[in-house]
Write a protein that binds this ligand. Sequence first.
Ligand SMILES: [Zn+2]
Length: 139
Amino acid sequence: MDMPRHWRLNEQRYNLVGTECPACGAKLFPPRPICPDCNCKEVQPFRFSGQGEVYSYSTVFQAPSGYEEFVPYTVALVRLKEGPLVTAQLTDMDNDEARVGMKVEMVTRKLREYGEDGVIVYGYKFRKPVADYLETEVD
Ligand SMILES: [Zn+2]
């Protein structure tokens, strides 16, 4: 992947920006230029809250090139509060902590490192919400 493409993808990676259709209200991630539900071409950028819950997950033991340092890691399909499903790595938890239906929130983390030029790519991952830790500790 070349550098200009990195820059273009940055907003999507950091902010979980998708699109919202003004005609039918569909919220989409990744962003689409045309609403697939009603073919409206006036879609607007929409910033997702980053709140969601785990829809399904699996633990990866054989990583693709560039992800070796994270093995084993858990990749989840997260159902965002606003509806869309997003695939992302879970972070800040043990692999056996993942549960279907578990509440998660988006955080920005190092995604991968490229060998030769040492470019580090940051992006979103999901973790257990910090508020849940506090509630657990009080109880
Ligand atoms: Zn629409």
